[in-house]
Ligand binder design. Structure first.
Ligand SMILES: *[C@@H]1O[C@H](CO)[C@@H](O)[C@H](O)[C@H]1NC(C)=O
Ligand SMILES: *[C@@H]1O[C@H](CO)[C@@H](O)[C@H](O)[C@H]1NC(C)=O
Ligand SMILES: *[C@@H]1O[C@H](CO)[C@@H](O)[C@H](O)[C@H]1NC(C)=O
Ligand SMILES: *[C@@H]1O[C@H](CO)[C@@H](O)[C@H](O)[C@H]1NC(C)=O
Ligand SMILES: *[C@@H]1O[C@H](CO)[C@@H](O)[C@H](O)[C@H]1NC(C)=O
Ligand SMILES: *[C@@H]1O[C@H](CO)[C@@H](O)[C@H](O)[C@H]1NC(C)=O
Length: 834
């Protein structure tokens, strides 16, 4: 009996232990909650206890202990216990707080001018410095209201602790009511941030201090320190919204918010992500406006801006795509939260820095619909933090940081110095030039130790930083994809001449170019400075560097210099297959040409699945990713989403669903298990698209026709596929060839992967369909009664009913542009541009 009780107890203790390990969030090493001048512990925000400053072993005050004044507890003032006592300094005094953790800490200072007979605290003027950084020049008199002031900072603290200095101006006094010092997770602030306007990543050195100027819970209530594991306060956004009518607040149960991929409650509590402002009347088609918030800030400082997003408004992935602007400059373009999180209701944040120049004293944050119009127009923002960064003089106050070095030299000496330095400079340039010339002669790329080379086994998914050197050596060991210098690429594209742009997309622009050796290339350049799509970029290099096949687009080289992500491919003069099917004025392809293109693409995919040492799953098979060269040879492109397939002991790879609408294998979508049969399904959609010359998804059509896979299967199962084929093919397809083709597509589109054929089988069937067609043509010349499909009178070709301009808009292409950053290349290879 007793034994079992003990066992049960033990079991529960164990459970509790396990649970507390699992659920334990971040526990700060340093927590100093100091009530300055207090005599008893006081409870603040109903959640924390501040202790008197003289009760801490690790908090020292020098040289004077100042004067303690206690006032009345003021009714109606929250936390009035903390504000009822204050420590006043008549001369400069320093708190030294012995923190344990080295790194960034929250520093919060609480001020309230306690009523007393000796000092007029309301007119006190003083400054506060922390570890040498000027935080604040305090002058309470300006704020007429008799309310407490809380200032929050983030400051780096080394091993000698925090030195907090209060310096009264002459004749005045300094004072403080409460001090909080709390360690924060290392990961809360990045070491480098993308600036707006776009440029190379800006480094944020540790010594930079931040001051929180705004922390907003969009569309939600005020959150008090009690609601936040880091004891932050979040305001509402109403006061900053430029047009209240432009936004609707939305909210969900905070428990529904998911934290994934390094985002945690220490970044922002779930109550922030659970509310948002969205565009008012977002359901009205084609709303074109931004939601704008305006924040007054101090000019001449750099601000750190963190935007919190969580898609709590969508019901499906990839449906909410919008733009974000900071001070009217693009911060996020065609931003799709779900492409980052892969699930709805998941927390995500993005950081930026921006300079607020002299003469300007506001930060304008805007969210609005993307530039293309086929999607539901909506945009959201869940939370926003704006933090001022200390300037190079180590100050968070003052207008100008002038590090002016007074010239100590008289003029004549300066001239002499200038001349002599010019001479030295000229000599140096000469020497360097000579050296460079010598070095350049044997054009050998930098070698890496061969041990560096190891291919990540899970390329598509891994965010692992593959060093450029390892990539280079992979590429070289295969004799493929050389590293090109930025200068070479710039030359090839005439310094990225806009007239050479053959396409634009989420990833960036694609230029036509000519290399030094005369080879025509397509140059895909990621948005400069943006590291978005880095994973896809590297996947593409890794994949293409190990593959070479007549039916795969080859990678000629790449460049990852100066924050650039550039891929250089062979130029495909014919552009994407899709352009030849619909939505352009290109001549219609014959059935034979179409079959040959299908066969080419099938060969490329078959090689991917079986030819290389590992199975490779393309994951984004579609008509824009099949490119044609000048002879209409089909090549499969865009490996940004590719993954190595299951190894022998696995049957599938588990992965987040990626790909393009209309082409996605339903089984993969349901079970998130990827096999090469998912490519087979997508290829089945491609076959239907080629036969019917219409987009995979065309929302403009009646409901039952929207999805070509469903519509095609409907007629195939009735044996009447000929009713929906491209009108240009009517009367020109041999009926047996069509039957074979239809059966092949049907098998590819089977519900379950195991029922679908391999690419090898598909290839064989397509070749057979081609033979049937060829044979019929030969028969034709002798025998006119060939078994061609007769024209069916009275039918309505689906394709003609949609005008060409709308094609590009309503098609899946636009949606997928925004969803995967990687598919830009393929669809824009049309040399004529759009
Ligand atoms: C502080 O004292 C100095 C000299 O004692 C004086 O020049 C200055 O004007 C005073 N500043 C203020 C703000 O009173
Ligand atoms: C802001 O301005 C400073 C000085 O002009 C410059 O050094 C810094 O790079 C700028 N930062 C950004 C984010 O533009
Ligand atoms: C949400 O909007 C409604 C009506 O527009 C308003 O009454 C309410 O105060 C808002 N809630 C928040 C938290 O802003
Ligand atoms: C914040 O905390 C208070 C007190 O615990 C609670 O009543 C309130 O519901 C919380 N608010 C949110 C949005 O979580
Ligand atoms: C759009 O929203 C408005 C109010 O927000 C509502 O009255 C209207 O019924 C909605 N329209 C549709 C089509 O959902
Ligand atoms: C949103 O704001 C940006 C920058 O201020 C502007 O360029 C864009 O045209 C605006 N969009 C709409 C739809 O008004």
């Amino acid at each position: 009996m007793e034994v079992s009780v003990v066992l049960v107890l033990f079991f529960f203790t164990f459970l509790f232990f396990v649970q507390s390990i699992n659920c334990s969030g971040f526990t700060p090493v340093d927590v100093f909650l100091i009530d300055c001048g207090g005599s008893n512990p006081v409870e603040v925000d109903g959640s924390r206890v501040f202790r008197p400053d003289n009760s801490f072993r690790n908090v020292k005050l020098s040289p004077s202990s100042g004067i303690v004044v206690s006032g009345d507890v003021i009714n109606g003032l929250s936390n009035s216990a903390l504000y009822s006592s204050v420590r006043i300094f008549e001369k400069t005094s320093v708190y030294v707080i012995g923190t344990k953790q080295i790194g960034r800490h929250w520093l919060r200072l609480h001020f309230f001018p306690v009523q007393n007979t000796r000092y007029s605290l309301k007119s006190a003027v003083f400054s506060v410095m922390a570890n040498g950084i000027t935080l604040h020049r305090f002058s309470f008199s300006k704020s007429s209201q008799n309310s407490p002031v809380m200032k929050e900072y983030v400051i780096e603290i080394g091993d000698s602790g925090l030195e907090l200095k209060f310096s009264p101006s002459n004749g005045s006094v300094a004072f403080v009511n409460g001090i909080e010092v709390v360690a924060l997770p290392d990961t809360n602030f990045p070491s480098g941030v993308v600036p707006v306007p776009f440029g190379p990543e800006v480094e944020i050195p540790k010594r930079v201090a931040f001051e929180t100027v705004y922390r907003i819970n969009m569309g939600g209530p005020v959150l008090t320190p009690k609601n936040d594991s880091m004891w932050r306060t979040w305001e509402t956004d109403q006061a900053y919204l430029i047009s209240a009518a432009s936004a609707n607040n939305v909210s969900v149960n905070p428990n529904l918010i998911k934290y994934i991929d390094g985002v945690s409650a220490e970044i922002a509590p779930n109550s922030v992500y659970a509310t948002a402002q969205e565009m008012a009347e977002a359901n009205v088609t084609d709303q074109r406006f931004n939601i704008s918030w305006r924040f007054d800030v101090d000019e001449g400082f750099t601000y750190f801006i963190r935007l919190h997003f969580c898609d709590i408004v969508s019901t499906v992935l990839n449906n909410l795509i919008f733009n974000v602007y900071i001070n009217k400059q693009s911060a996020l373009t065609s931003f799709d939260i779900s492409s980052k999180t892969m699930v709805l209701s998941a927390a995500y944040y993005a950081d930026f820095v921006t300079n607020v120049s002299m003469g300007s004293n506001r930060i304008l944050v805007q969210v609005g619909p993307p530039d293309f119009r086929n999607l539901p127009t909506n945009a959201i923002l869940n939370g926003l933090e704006i933090m001022k960064m200390s300037n190079p003089c180590g100050s968070l106050v003052g207008n100008l940081c002038e590090i002016r070095k007074k010239s100590k030299f008289p003029r004549r000496k300066l001239v002499a110095l200038a001349i002599s330095s010019a001479v030295v400079f000229a000599v140096l340039v000469f020497v360097v030039a000579a050296l460079l010339l010598r070095l350049h002669r044997p054009k050998k790329p930098k070698r890496c130790p061969s041990t560096w080379f190891s291919l990540p086994t899970n390329v598509g998914n891994s965010d692992s930083k593959v060093s450029i050197c390892s990539l280079a050596s992979t590429a070289q060991s295969h004799g493929l994809g050389r590293v090109l210098s930025f200068a070479e690429i710039r030359e090839a594209t005439k310094n990225f001449d806009e007239s050479l742009v053959i396409g634009v997309g989420g990833f960036g622009k694609v230029y036509k170019g000519v290399l030094e050796n005369g080879v025509m290339v397509a140059v895909k350049r990621g948005n400069p400075g943006s590291r978005q799509g880095l994973t896809e970029f590297r996947t593409e290099i890794l994949m293409l560097s190990r593959l070479r096949h007549r039916h795969l687009v080859s990678l000629i080289g790449y460049c990852e210099e100066q924050n650039e992500m550039i891929l250089v491919y062979e130029f495909m003069a014919g552009g994407p297959l899709r352009k030849h099917l619909y939505g352009s004025n290109l001549p219609s392809l014959s059935w034979k040409q179409r079959l040959e293109i299908c066969i080419g693409a099938a060969k490329g995919l078959h090689y991917l699945h079986t030819g290389a040492s590992d199975t490779i799953i393309h994951r984004d098979v579609k008509t824009t990713n099949i490119l044609l060269d000048e002879n209409f040879t089909a090549k499969v492109a865009d490996f940004g989403l590719s993954k190595l397939g299951p190894t022998l002991d696995q049957t599938h790879v588990s992965t987040a669903v990626k790909g393009s609408f209309g082409y996605l294998d339903p089984e993969y979508f349901r079970r998130q298990q990827l096999t090469e049969k998912s490519d087979v399904y997508s290829f089945g959609v491609v076959l239907m698209e080629i036969l019917c010359a219409r987009p995979a998804i065309n929302p403009a059509l009646p409901r039952e026709q929207v999805n070509i896979a469903e519509w095609g299967m409907y007629w195939q199962k009735r044996g009447q596929l000929q009713r929906i084929i491209d009108s240009n093919l009517v009367g020109l397809i041999n009926i047996d060839s069509l039957r074979k083709f239809g059966e092949t597509a049907e098998k590819c589109l089977a519900e379950h992967g195991v029922e679908r054929p391999t690419m090898g089988d598909v290839l064989w069937n397509l070749e057979y369909a081609l033979q049937l067609q060829e044979a019929s043509i030969q028969n034709d010349s002798s025998d006119n009664s060939a078994k061609h499909i007769p024209e069916i009178p009275g039918w309505i070709p689906q394709v003609e009913s949609v005008d060409t301009d709308r094609y590009d808009i309503v098609s899946d292409q636009v949606a997928s542009d925004a969803t995967t950053t990687s598919d830009v290349f393929s669809q824009i290879m049309d040399p004529r541009g759009r």
